[in-house]
Design a protein around this ligand. Structure first.
Ligand code: MG
Length: 262
């Protein structure tokens, strides 16, 4: 379950490239664009500019490079020409990228135009929950410490945590051990060791935590129709703590702030 420093370095390079994909999305006005247009734009960028491979395309029979999950869609939303983003939407883009055989995985929930305060608070709270989970990572900590940090913050804000999907080890394969649950009890679960690389990717709902999969077999929505948000980073356990391999430039210093808040 642990990786050599050379492998972590390769994963960090994939992570750095993937962070730049979110930089592209940050610069792109989203309102009025379909999620399929955005998928095509991201695919061109990954292949032509970054000379990398979109790892989700073809995985498990999925035909696209990203998952686009709008409003009450929890995860695994499928890009579509009829899915045109509107002012007030929240949309998560979940993207994987492979370079030199190593895969990085990250997602971000965007706010399209002017978003209602309740939606904005959910997005912000989910982002904080992810960072509090990341801040719990260090050698000797347990996976349950991560889940507990996330769940505690969600509860405090009155949100529920989706339990059906979890973070995962990652490397040459998109899904490796260990599983990282986004709920749990401190001091339980797998002990973290230097060289482990995995994702932390909590999904928080404004309403109840129940989800269902739509008839396309992919799109997962909240059962009660409430809004859902998600963020994801790929992280590595270091000798003394954690390194966020998919860190975006504007997130420098975030870990220190969240550790102080934890
Ligand atoms: Mg993932």
């Amino acid at each position: 379950m642990t990786k050599q420093p050379e492998e972590v370095a390769l994963l960090a390079e994939s992570g750095r490239l993937l962070a730049s994909v979110f930089g592209l999305l940050d610069r792109t006005p989203l309102a009025g664009r379909s999620t399929l247009e955005i998928d095509a734009m991201v695919e061109r960028f990954i292949t032509d500019e970054l000379h990398a491979r979109p790892a989700s395309k073809g995985q498990y029979g999925f035909e696209f490079v990203l998952n686009s999950s709008v409003n009450e869609v929890v995860c695994h939303g499928v890009p579509s020409p009829s899915d045109v983003l509107c002012d007030g939407d929240i949309v998560n883009f979940d993207i994987t990228l492979e370079k030199n055989g190593y895969i990085a995985d990250s997602s971000k929930t965007y706010q399209v135009g002017e978003v209602a305060p309740a939606a904005r608070r959910l997005v912000q709270g989910t982002y904080e929950a992810m960072w509090l989970g990341i801040a719990a990572v260090r050698p000797g900590a347990r996976t349950g410490d991560i889940g507990w940090a996330i769940e505690r913050h969600a509860k405090r804000l009155g949100y529920s945590v989706v339990r059906e999907y979890c973070g995962h080890g990652i490397g040459r394969e998109m899904h490796e051990d260990p599983q990282i649950l986004h709920f749990g009890r401190p001091g339980t679960g797998v002990a973290l060791r230097e060289g482990m690389v995995f994702t932390i990717e909590p999904m928080l709902n404004r309403g109840r935590r129940g989800v269902r999969t739509e008839e396309d077999g992919w799109t997962v929505v909240t059962q009660d129709g409430s809004l859902s948000a998600q963020f994801e980073h790929t992280v590595a356990v270091t000798a003394t703590g954690v390194r966020v391999l998919t860190l975006r430039p504007e997130e420098a210093g975030m870990l220190r702030r969240m550790k102080l808040a934890a």
